[in-house]
Design a protein around this ligand. Structure first.
Ligand SMILES: C[S@@+](CC[C@H](N)C(=O)[O-])C[C@H]1O[C@@H](n2cnc3c(N)ncnc32)[C@H](O)[C@@H]1O
Ligand code: SF4
Length: 375
């Protein structure tokens, strides 16, 4: 069983200002939070989770948020060294921190690197001042470029820029301009998300005017072509990377690997020695979490749900799905999904060979219909 890699996600729940499109679990900093106390609680939270992962080690770590770069390098160092004492971190583990362009400088980046961070993900979103204002961002294009260039000078294992497209009043040229600016910095990884309007956000209650479907399609086509010409391979809907620089942490989620989740609202998925898969959900609000109530929910994922969960993750990736991984990661026999797979193949959503299944272009376009086959 422990051929299944286990990652660790750590959630940092604070931001300087809430962006109007964001439905992540992030809270505006009113008075400076007790960052030190939060780190101490993360460590205790992991100590309690250790019962779910006997003798395993950590394959990758992702410190996300919120704005993790509000935490000092000293605190990140304390966190990582304590994690390693509780559950050993593999020597070659990818360790990422998310950083907002306005909360970083060379000292902080250097400190993170010394603490063991080997990948930085920078939330740029756009390189155009008017777009950043509309998105409620507190950085300007210059700060975004500086943060990207700083990350580059560190010679990290990798770094990523997050960009969004389909922004209010965005033309095709605007979107291509953003990509060209990012390509000029040459990050090994680029996440290129289409802006979605989420219900519980300011944009959800007062939706801005977004590009229509034809324009969105054109932005995607031209942007995809530009990224491909510059050596970025798309390996998931929104994820592009230079050869060998795919995000190992996200790959583990999408390959239905295991993960611990510590911090406010973090989710975990952990396969137990008897083959049961448990899901953990941590207390969402910092107040309850800081009072020591870490685990909010913990339950077994039912066998009936597993095929859908497995394929929902797996088919986000454009690589083939090895058939043996279905059995290895769900503990279900292949014949339990034979009928559903035959339907998906008949509908031209999938093709198969002896070893693997591969999603077709038609399947990518109708991903929801493909997944419904497993419900
Ligand atoms: C966890 S979030 C935030 C990281 C960091 N705090 C920041 O904002 O730069 C990771 C990324 O998700 C993307 N994102 C957040 N909300 C989105 C939305 N409504 N639609 C599309 N992408 C979104 C943004 O690109 C963001 O950088
Ligand atoms: S900075 Fe990032 S996590 Fe915070 S509110 Fe904005 S998008 Fe959300």
């Amino acid at each position: 069983m422990y051929k299944i890699p286990m990652s660790l996600y750590i959630h940092m729940p604070w931001c300087v200002q809430k962006c109007p499109y964001c439905d992540f679990n992030s809270h505006t900093v009113k008075k400076t939070p007790d960052y030190q106390a939060y780190i101490a609680n993360l460590i205790k939270d992991l100590q309690q989770d250790a019962i779910f992962c006997s003798n395993r080690s950590i394959h990758s770590i992702f410190i996300g948020g919120g704005t993790p770069s509000l935490f000092s390098a000293e605190l990140i160092d304390k966190l990582l060294s304590n994690i390693n004492k509780i559950i050993p971190i593999n020597k070659d583990a990818e360790i990422t921190i998310e950083a907002n362009p306005n909360s970083v400088d060379i000292e902080r980046f250097n400190g993170y690197q010394q603490a063991g961070i080997n990948r930085i993900s920078i939330g740029v979103q756009s390189f155009q001042a008017d777009k950043l204002v509309k998105l409620g961002r507190i950085h300007d294009p210059k700060e975004a470029i500086t943060a990207g260039k700083l990350a580059k000078t560190l010679n990290l294992r990798s770094f990523n820029l997050d960009l969004m497209h389909g922004l209010p009043n965005q033309s095709i040229d605007d979107a291509i301009y953003d990509l060209k600016q990012a390509i000029a910095i040459a990050p090994p990884h680029l996440s290129w998300y289409q802006l979605t309007i989420e219900p519980n956000t300011l944009f959800g209650s007062k939706p801005p005017v977004l590009p229509d479907d034809d324009k969105l399609w054109e932005i995607y086509q031209q942007g995809h072509q530009l990224l491909t010409q510059h050596g970025y391979q798309q390996y998931e809907t929104s994820a592009y990377a230079k050869e060998g620089s795919q995000c190992q942490h996200n790959l583990n989620y999408w390959r239905f690997g295991d993960y611990l989740g510590i911090g406010c609202g973090a989710h975990g998925k952990l396969t137990q020695p008897d083959g049961k898969i448990i899901r953990t959900i941590k207390t969402r609000h910092p107040k309850g979490y800081l009072e020591g109530r870490y685990l909010d929910k913990c339950y077994d994922v039912s066998k009936e749900e597993l095929p859908f969960e497995f394929f929902m993750n797996r088919f986000r990736l454009f690589e083939p799905t090895p058939k043996h991984e279905f059995e290895q990661r769900t503990y279900l026999p292949l014949h339990s999904v034979e009928k559903q797979l035959a339907t998906a193949i008949e509908k031209n959503y999938l093709i198969e060979n002896k070893e693997s299944w591969q999603i077709t272009d038609h399947g990518k376009l109708f991903l929801n219909s493909l997944l419904e086959v497993f419900l």
